[in-house]
Structures are given as structure tokens and as C-alpha cells.
Design a protein around this ligand. Structure first.
Ligand code: SF4
Ligand code: SF4
Length: 363
């Protein structure tokens, strides 16, 4: 029996619940321990993050509009999709049409993609977000499975920005890649609609499926100790996107490059995490090996720094694009893995944070 994901249980859904609301009372009525932990970090909005950024007003006046622009654009992409009717005359395509769709995504800046045949347990059971495209009135509304196929894809983030986290550059890059991946998703979704197939893209503003387990099933990578998807080439420094459609496509399969054995020898994300949010203890979710994780303590740093943290992302040796032949050479061999970790530490050090500002935010 598969376990089902409920978006109301995700951290952002929980911490956005207003303490005086009925939704808050209903949600926590049988979760007293969780309630106490969540109350310590309750409240989240992008404005709250912007206010918390540890920069002077001049910096904020210049760079917050650069970050906020991404949210505006993503919202407009959802509007474009909604305004695109599904062509009543369907263009016939084969299940192998996924090759064309993947190439189309690559043209939009996507670096890897895969297909999953959707089952009910892939979806969240209920909405939990509060965004313009998933209004708060939808919180708690059941999610029906209306699509049969998910196309999952990834884009890498620029490590020069990510390695400055937890600082503004990290958030500038994260939000920018969220926008780019939503743009690619919108174009694919609109294209499929024009071919006569119902389709919808998922974004930070609207989501009905958790992307990490789907990306694993689509063969985009393995789950690392950070609980993130780690891509063989781009490591942890990626963001995920998805388009759901009723076009049937041949599914892909998970891929393995020896990450579990590597994580056992590495644990750099766990050791570098400032709030001890990451653990080495495994947990199984629908046959996928995740790790136990403390999302509340992780979120504390977001609230104090005003940006997502990213330390686990740039701690990961795979985020520095280890040569694929080296990855294959060390696969599941502890002695060779240790050699690769040693070389990584020598090159990048244990805490490879860049302390000087990125040129983008200078001046
Ligand atoms: S984002 Fe930062 S606080 Fe959160 S798990 Fe990663 S390293 Fe730890
Ligand atoms: S930093 Fe090390 S332990 Fe953490 S996900 Fe990456 S490889 Fe695994």
C-alpha cells in the first residue's frame, strides 16, 4: 500500500497557517508536538524574507525588484497557459514523441528530463499552498488525478551565486532559475495544448505533485543525504520543474550512480548544516530511500538570513560536476570514493563558501 503525500504537511503550508484561523485549529488538533515546533517559526511570505535580508536599504531598493520580478513573470506564465485553449483537433503522436519533447525542453535551457506514468500516490492528496494560483480557499481541497503522464525536468543553478549562501546572491539565483524553469514548463504545456493534449505546468506558485520523488522515478538522479535530488552531472545545484499531461508517453526508469555508498563516506552536507537539520538516518517513502530531516530547524535560518541557505547544496561534491568517468570508476567502491572526497576537499575545502560579493550585486 503506497503512502500518500499531503501538501498540507509540507513546511510552507504549515508555517503559513494563521494562528487565529480555523484551519490552524483543525490542522493541529491531533499534532501538539508539531504545533509547538511550527509556532516557533510561524509566518512566511516573500516580503518577510526581503525584510530580513541583512543588507542596507540601497541594496534592497536595487535588488529586491530583481528578485520579485520572477514571481510576477511566473504568475503571468500561468495566465498564458490558462488562456491557451486545448486544440479540439488532436495531432496524433507516438509514445516515442517524448524524444521530441525532451529536445524541445533542452532548447529552453533544460539539461535533463524524464517521464513518469502517474499513479494516484504520486499526487498530493490535498492542496496546502496559499498562492495566487492555488488560493487559500483551496487549502484542504482534495486533489483529483486528472493527468496520466508527468514530464519532469531540471535546470542547473550557477554555483558562483549558490556558494554565497546564506546571502542575497543565493536567493537571486534560486528565484531566477525558478522563473526559467517555469518558463520552459509553460512553453511545453502551451505546445501540448496546441497539439490537442490537456497539459499544465507546475511551479513554485502551483503544485499538485511532489517533484523530488517523481524526479527520482523519472531517472534524473538519486536522493542524497540532503534529501535533495542529486543529479549525476550537476549534483545538488539544480531546480526541478514538471508538466502534467494526458498525452501517453513511454516512462523512464530510475538511474543509479552509487550515491548511497558515496553519501555514507561523505556526509559533508550533514556536517556543514548550521542547524543540524540533516541526518544520516534512512527513511523509506514508497520504496525510495530518503533520510530523516528536520524541516523546522532548516527554516529557522531562512527566517534569520532572509534567504534560503544553500550550504548543503554547495557542500555536495557532485555540485562541482565530478567527471562522469570518475563517477563510474568509484561506483560503490569505498576506497575510491575516499580518494575522490579527499581530492574534493583539497580543491574546494570543507566549507567552500565565497565571501566576496558576486559582481551582479556590486555597485
Ligand atoms: S538549507 Fe541550510 S539549514 Fe537547511 S538543511 Fe541545508 S544546510 Fe541545513
Ligand atoms: S554532500 Fe555528500 S552526503 Fe550530502 S548529498 Fe552530497 S554526496 Fe551525499
Amino acid at each position: 500500500m503506497p503512502s500518500f503525500y499531503d501538501e498540507r504537511n509540507t513546511l510552507f503550508a504549515r508555517v503559513k497557517l494563521d494562528k487565529n484561523s480555523d484551519l490552524y485549529k483543525q490542522y493541529y488538533q491531533d499534532k501538539q508536538t508539531q504545533k509547538k515546533a511550527d509556532d516557533a517559526v510561524r509566518g512566511f511570505s516573500m516580503q518577510m524574507m526581503y525584510d530580513a535580508i541583512k543588507k542596507d536599504q540601497n541594496f534592497k531598493d536595487k535588488f529586491i525588484p530583481m528578485m520579485a520580478l520572477n514571481d510576477t513573470l511566473i504568475s503571468q506564465y500561468h495566465d498564458i497557459e490558462k488562456q491557451t485553449p486545448i486544440n479540439q483537433q488532436q495531432t496524433p503522436v507516438s509514445k516515442d514523441f517524448k524524444t521530441t519533447l525532451k529536445a524541445f525542453l533542452n532548447q529552453q535551457g533544460v539539461k535533463d528530463s524524464g517521464v513518469v506514468a502517474l499513479k494516484p500516490h504520486h499526487h498530493y492528496t490535498h492542496f496546502g499552498k496559499h498562492t495566487p494560483h492555488e488560493p487559500s480557499s483551496a487549502h484542504g481541497k482534495p486533489i483529483k488525478q486528472t493527468y496520466q503522464t508527468a514530464i519532469i525536468f531540471m535546470m542547473p543553478m550557477d554555483m558562483d551565486f549558490i556558494r554565497r549562501g546564506p546571502d542575497a546572491e543565493e536567493m537571486i539565483e534560486t528565484l531566477s532559475v525558478y522563473e526559467k524553469i517555469a518558463h520552459a514548463g509553460m512553453k511545453l504545456s502551451v505546445y501540448l495544448r496546441q497539439l490537442g493534449y490537456d497539459a499544465r505546468f507546475e511551479s513554485v506558485q502551483y503544485g499538485t505533485v511532489p517533484l523530488v520523488p517523481l524526479a527520482y522515478e523519472a531517472g534524473l538522479g538519486e536522493i542524497g543525504m540532503s534529501n535533495h535530488l542529486v543529479h549525476k552531472t550537476y549534483g545538488d545545484a539544480i531546480r526541478l520543474g514538471a508538466v502534467l499531461t494526458n498525452l501517453p508517453l513511454a516512462p523512464d526508469s530510475p538511474t543509479y550512480f552509487g550515491l548511497e555508498a558515496f553519501c555514507k563516506r561523505c556526509a559533508l552536507c550533514m556536517m556543514n548544516c548550521p542547524n543540524q537539520s540533516i541526518t544520516h538516518k534512512k527513511r523509506d517513502v514508497n520504496g525510495i530511500g530518503f533520510y530523516q530531516f528536520d524541516d523546522v530547524s532548516c527554516f529557522k535560518i531562512w527566517k534569520t538570513a532572509g534567504t534560503d541557505c544553500g550550504i548543503c547544496i554547495y557542500s555536495c561534491p557532485f555540485s562541482y560536476q565530478i567527471d562522469v568517468s570518475t563517477i563510474d570508476w568509484m561506483k560503490n567502491d569505498p576506497h575510491r570514493i575516499d580518494k575522490v572526497i579527499k581530492t574534493h576537499l583539497k580543491t574546494y575545502t570543507r566549507r567552500p563558501r565565497r565571501k566576496t560579493p558576486n559582481p551582479l550585486v556590486k555597485g
